[in-house]
Write a protein that binds this ligand. Structure first.
Ligand SMILES: Nc1ncnc2c1ncn2[C@@H]1O[C@H](COP(=O)(O)OP(=O)(O)OP(=O)(O)O)[C@@H](O)[C@H]1O
Ligand SMILES: [Mg+2]
Length: 779
């Protein structure tokens, strides 16, 4: 025994699997490309709309209207732009109808012949044997077989093969009930014909597939035996193929079927006619590329040692001209994709991304393109996020219509009041047959969800996120010069305030033990809020616009820093608590809380110091021992260190304890920030390097007045040694870090006149050591 297949199964695989007429037609076009045809001719003839035809049938069946009158109606319904004489055979036949059932039959047959969609090519064609053995085999491996023989080590083959599943052609049954194939190979003397009437594969029948005979036949003699190619005609159409509808399909869908960044390709490949009139596909105007306010390209590729890397090239051109090229090595990609091994990254296969970004507000009328709203409409037509192409052919539906696969609109891309949405982005991702693990769904609606697709999505989101940060930084810089933005800042400050209050409440839920200090923080935030409300009177005291701005900018940034610190100290405390085995570590618990409390106290103080008019409130400095404090910070992370097998060591050269006078909480915060980075990146490095024995070393050097923290993680490129201390610079994925840690750490150091730097041996490409120099008056 074996499975039996009913004939109706075919309907499920074809007519009902595919979601749109455009996709069905596209499947035929792809087959022509696979057959190495340089052109794909699409010919639509639409004489009598389907809805009118159905209506005429109903009229006949009702038997109330005289046949002559029905015929006259039909004549009226013939589309005005139908090819001359195309309706004549139908109308002539109807005139000669003997009775209603004859009329009905002639109408059905006549309709079948005058409306059709035809796809023809000059490809390899099929022999009679091919028709039998390949075309009539559901799930044929004729294309897949060849493609799977291609090896990743080889150069790109000289042909494109889009076919894979062996079912694409079945989608045409969605378009119409009748299919005819006429095909031939070079050298054959005759055409080969196949006709299929899909109504025989009915849901109402139990017939088995094998019982329904479908037989290819020899067709007429060829004029020239050298001719080769295939023509597939679908008739008995099931929809109204009006010019407007077909035009819409070309504009919205077909124009994006082949990579529109390769501007002329679409019209070189497709020759399209509607009722014998030639139609061209719209293409992205070249001028849009020049008008774009930013251009971004990215390559995901492999080094000789097989490691993956991502190279991002960004260019911002709105009111300025700035370029930035960033390379993310594999360890950063492991972090971005939150992978547990490099397997997925290494097998994903190379791909490229390119997109244009437009800020609608800055679009203007352009000579040769039209008015401002024309230009905006042009951007709108092509925008929609990142489309996806394999070997230059579209994988629907990404980056079009309602699709937001990278969650551009939904995600936190709108963070900090700055939006990056789909309507601003015209772009695409290009991959090839090499990305075999990215598999199209059988219904041709996107990629199958698997770990490779997930990695792809994370990497693309990272590209978008990095562009957002890059452009935001430029915008911020430009704004610093723009003194009219005081109101903008004020709004930002008060928005952050609300956010802080929300977070405090969250922390209070997670760590009820800390209710006391948290209440105090909240009280201070409320005080701060009212101070911000009064900000107008404060800044009115500044006669000088620039100083007014600097004051507000400082205030705004400070509020954001506090927000960040609150989030971080709470989550790191919670992480630590999670790993604590309470019975064993009873002695360690106080260290955890003391650290949190110290941090919270520092925060309180920092909120107080926000009051620029008050000189009375100052952070108090106390005298303490550096060794004890370092030990306390390390103890607080003991559980985490055990969990991740990180060996944390402390060394001190001097026998005497090192006593300093400083703000305790601030030093804790500096060390905490550095440790938290080390932990994070050691975890990522361990993924890339499974044999890694993660280490963090803290060296207390009283003689040199410094505390040095080093680890054996991925390190930081020397070229970025200063960059990392700037606000909002982060290599972590969105949500993991907002790039303020080191900025704050250095700010806290500078409060004491200390220095904080990344250091390392000259000549090395990456450095792994932070040096905190405790010189100056804080000593
Ligand atoms: N225009 C054509 N010229 C030559 N051969 C064709 C043509 N159309 C279809 N074929 C043959 O019919 C086979 C079946 O086509 P079909 O689109 O159903 O499957 P496929 O292209 O192999 O895979 P997929 O389902 O992924 O499209 C093709 O593999 C090809 O051998
Ligand atoms: Mg195919």
């Amino acid at each position: 025994m074996a499975f039996k297949i009913t004939a109706r199964t075919l309907l499920e695989l074809g007519a009902e699997l595919i979601g749109s007429d455009a996709v069905a037609l596209y499947e035929l076009a792809k087959n022509s490309v696979d057959a190495r045809s340089p052109v794909v001719r699409i010919r639509v003839q639409s004489v009598l709309p389907y809805s009118r035809f159905r209506h005429a049938i109903d009229l006949v069946d009702q038997g109330e209207m005289p046949l002559a009158e029905i015929r006259q109606n039909i004549e009226q319904w013939i589309l005005p732009d139908a090819p001359a004489g195309a309706a004549r055979p139908l109308l002539a036949a109807l005139t000669g109808a003997m009775d209603a059932s004859d009329f009905r039959r002639l109408l059905v047959e006549g309709y079948r012949d005058i409306n059709f969609v035809e796809v023809s090519d000059d490809g390899e064609g099929m022999s009679l044997h091919d028709l039998e053995e390949i075309f009539l085999t559901i799930g044929t491996r004729s294309r897949r077989k060849e493609k799977s023989a291609w090896s990743d080590q080889d150069d790109d083959p000289s042909r494109t093969l889009l076919g894979d599943k062996g079912v694409g052609r079945l989608s045409v049954m969605r378009l119409g009930e009748h299919l005819s194939v006429r095909t031939t190979k070079a050298g054959e003397s005759r055409w080969n014909d196949l006709a299929i009437d899909w109504t025989r594969f009915s849901h109402d029948s139990d017939a088995l597939l094998e019982e329904i005979a479908v037989v290819p036949e020899q067709g007429p003699r060829k004029e020239n035996p050298d001719i080769h190619g295939t023509t597939i005609r679908v008739s008995w159409l099931k929809g109204d193929w009006t010019r407007a509808k077909f035009g819409e399909m070309l504009n919205a869908e077909f124009s994006r079927m082949v990579d529109p960044f390769d501007r002329r390709r679409g019209n070189r490949l497709f020759r399209i006619t509607y009722n014998d009139q030639q139609v061209t596909l719209p293409q992205i105007p070249q001028r849009l590329f020049d008008l774009a306010h930013a251009k971004v390209s990215a390559r995901f590729e492999y080094l000789d040692n097989r490691q993956a890397q991502l190279v991002l090239d960004m260019e911002y051109r709105l009111n300025t001209h700035k370029k930035l090229v960033v390379t993310l090595p594999e360890v950063r990609l492991v972090s971005v994709t939150q992978s547990r091994s490099t397997r997925v990254l290494r097998r994903l296969g190379p791909f490229k991304v390119e997109f244009l970004w437009f800020n609608r507000l800055f679009l203007t009328a352009v000579e040769g393109l039209g008015t401002k709203s024309d230009v905006q409409a042009m951007v709108r037509q092509w925008a929609g996020g990142l489309m996806v192409f394999r070997d230059g052919f579209r994988i629907n539906p990404y980056g079009g219509g309602d699709d937001d696969w990278l969650q551009l609109d939904k995600r936190a891309f709108g963070r900090r009041g700055y939006k990056l949405n789909r309507q601003q982005v015209i772009g695409r991702v290009n991959f090839t047959w090499r990305n075999r693990r990215l598999v199209e769904q059988t219904n041709r609606e996107g990629l199958v969800d698997n770990e490779y697709k997930e990695a792809l999505v994370s990497i693309l989101q990272k590209v978008l996120e990095d562009f957002k940060t890059f452009s935001q930084n430029i915008e911020d810089e430009l704004k610093q010069e723009d003194l009219t933005s005081v109101d903008v800042l004020k709004a930002r400050v008060s928005k952050s305030k609300t956010e802080i209050q929300r977070r405090i409440r969250e922390i209070a839920v997670d760590a009820p033990e800390q209710a006391g200090p948290l209440k105090e923080v909240e009280r201070l935030v409320t005080a701060l809020a009212s101070q911000i409300d009064d900000v107008d009177t404060i800044i009115d005291d500044y006669k000088d616009e620039r100083r007014k701005f600097v004051h507000l900018a400082g205030l705004g940034l400070m509020v954001e820093l506090i927000l960040h610190e609150l989030g971080r100290s709470s989550s790191s405390t919670l992480n630590t608590l999670e790993g604590v085995d309470k019975s064993q570590l009873a002695g360690k618990l106080p260290a955890v809380f003391e650290t949190l409390e110290s941090q919270l106290r520092t925060l309180q103080k920092r909120i107080e110091t926000l009051d620029p008019l008050s000189t009375s409130r100052r952070q108090t400095k106390e005298t303490f021992t550096v060794e004890d404090l370092v030990q306390q910070v390390v103890d607080a992370r003991d559980a985490q260190a055990k969990r991740h097998n990180v060996a944390v060591t402390i060394s001190s050269a001097s026998k005497q304890p090192w006593r300093i006078k400083a703000v305790r909480g601030m030093l804790i915060q500096i060390l905490e920030n550095l440790l938290s980075n080390s932990f994070y990146w050691l975890k990522q490095q361990a993924v890339v390097e499974p044999d890694l024995r993660p280490r963090i070393h803290i060296e207390i050097d009283q003689a040199a007045n410094s505390i040095q923290i080093s680890d054996n993680g991925p390190g930081i490129e020397v070229a970025e040694a200063e960059e990392i201390f700037k606000p909002f610079v982060t290599a972590k994925p969105p949500g993991e870090g907002n790039g303020l840690g080191l900025y704050i750490a250095r700010e806290l150091a500078e409060y004491h006149d200390w220095t904080l730097q990344l250091v390392g041996p000259a000549g090395e490409k990456v450095w792994r050591r932070f040096s905190l120099g405790l010189i100056g008056k804080g000593k």
